[in-house]
Design a protein around this ligand. Structure first.
Ligand code: UGA
Length: 419
């Protein structure tokens, strides 16, 4: 098989990992994207700029055997549906430029029916014998993408022809070596697998978070409950860490979009509505708990450690820490922030927070500390040093990274989640 691949949206987080892997496997990769990102800099045959006006698209698509679509599908502002405008732009571009047989693969998270709509758009100009469409969702996590890419639990390939399926299986042949299961299915099923997987993981988190609330009320410990549940192989231990709620660029958006699809087809998917609304209310609820422990006034300040939506990324999209910071500010409390890598992004998001260069500087004179993100750097802090700097020795460990007794022995008032 010739080895020419074009990736639309290849400069994003998902696209750049797809490109890296394909390059490693010997493919010639051309990337079209509206902007160059830190992920892709200097790595691929990149054409940056408005993809619709690029002459080079024609040439690259003409010679391509496979075209990947990895553009973003953010939530629309008003409705909860995914915004697919970037997908339609690429589809029109492909309709103009396909000359030789190629397979169009959607890797972006797209609602069920989208891949077939891409096919319809291309079919207005190109005979369906000259191209195939495939749904091949990705399950990468930010911060551990390389491992997830090299050792996926499964590869899902949704096709409607043997020819497309064979091409995709050839593409993933290197994974045979580590015996990765390949789930071959229809296009619609593959699209649903992606949303159902993310929504299920989000549901697990939403569930354990409400179990945590119950644990607090009855004097139980959610970490031990999660351990006791997770050993049961039918439940599994992962994604049972209670905390301030899930964030990031995927779960909140995908739960909303999956619920919107259900609504469109008149399906009662009330579980998803509950997961979405409980998660949206969680930052407010956490702040209420914090404010209930002590009287904070307009002279009070709190140190917030960790701003990214999870560790090992500078991504602050839908970060619960930043939501909590804003709610504290609405209550006239000053917020001193520190994060190992997400400070620049956080500063752009909310300039009115106070930013510090270290945990210890951020803790100077504060009335409480919140651990918002479980960075490794926060797991072994020098609390004797912190105690000398802070005004009130209170800690809200929203990620349960410390044992209460460790800090209580040092004279701190400790509040975790669900214990
Ligand atoms: C998620 C999925 O895990 C990936 O499989 C998927 O490919 C990706 O979305 C996507 O659709 O692109 P990601 O958003 O990078 O990956 O982050 P996760 O590690 O899943 O964490 C999401 C949120 O859940 C974070 O805010 C995290 O703090 C929270 N979380 C996670 C918990 O509160 N508790 C847990 O036990 C696990």
């Amino acid at each position: 098989m010739d080895k020419n691949v074009v990736v639309f949206g290849g400069s994003g987080f998902l696209g750049s990992h797809v490109c890296d892997k394909l390059m490693e496997s010997g493919y010639n990769v051309t990337v079209f994207d509206k902007n160059e990102s830190k992920f892709i800099k200097g790595k691929h045959n990149i054409v940056i700029g408005d993809i619709l006006s690029e002459e080079k698209v024609g040439k690259a698509v003409e010679n391509a055997n496979i075209v990947f679509i990895t553009v973003g599908t953010p939530s629309r502002r008003i409705e909860d549906e995914a915004d697919l405008s970037a997908i339609w732009d690429v589809s029109h571009e492909l309709a103009k430029n396909i000359k030789n047989y190629c397979v169009i693969v959607t890797k972006s998270t797209v609602p069920v029916g989208t891949t077939k709509k891409i096919k319809k758009i291309i079919e207005t100009k190109i005979s369906s014998e000259n191209f195939g469409v495939v749904s091949n969702p990705e399950f990468l996590r930010e911060g551990s993408a390389i491992n997830d890419f090299m050792r996926p639990d499964r590869v899902v390939i949704g096709t409607e022809s043997k020819k497309s399926e064979k091409l995709m299986r050839d593409l993933y042949r290197p994974l045979n070596l580590i015996e990765t299961p390949i789930v071959s299915t229809t296009i619609e099923t593959s699209e649903v697998i992606k949303y159902a997987s993310n929504s299920f993981l989000a549901t697990k988190i939403g569930f354990i978070n409400q179990v945590a609330d119950l644990c607090e009320a009855v004097g139980a410990n959610v970490q031990d409950v999660a351990k006791g549940m997770g050993i049961d192989k039918r439940i599994g231990a992962k994604f049972l860490h209670a905390g301030p709620g899930f964030g990031g660029s995927c779960f909140p958006k995908d739960v909303k979009a999956f619920a919107a699809t259900a609504k469109k087809f008149n399906i009662n998917f009330s579980i998803l509505d509950a997961v979405k609304s409980s998660n949206e209310k969680r930052p407010q609820m956490i702040v209420k708990k914090i404010l209930d422990t002590k009287k904070f006034d307009s002279n009070s300040s709190i140190a917030l450690l960790g701003l990214s939506f999870k560790p090992n990324t500078d991504d602050i999209r839908d970060s619960t820490s930043l939501k909590i910071a804003s709610i504290l500010q609405e209550n006239n409390i000053k917020v001193n922030c520190y994060d190992p890598v997400a400070m620049v992004n956080a500063q752009q998001h909310n300039k009115t927070l106070n930013f510090f260069d270290s945990v210890y500087d951020a803790c100077e004179g504060v009335n409480a500390i919140i651990i918002g993100t479980e960075w490794n750097e926060f797991r072994a802090l020098n609390f004797t040093k912190i105690k000398e700097k802070i005004k009130d020795a209170i800690i809200f460990d929203l990620r349960n990274i410390y044992r209460p007794s460790e800090l209580e022995e040092l004279g701190f008032l400790y509040y975790g989640i669900g214990k």
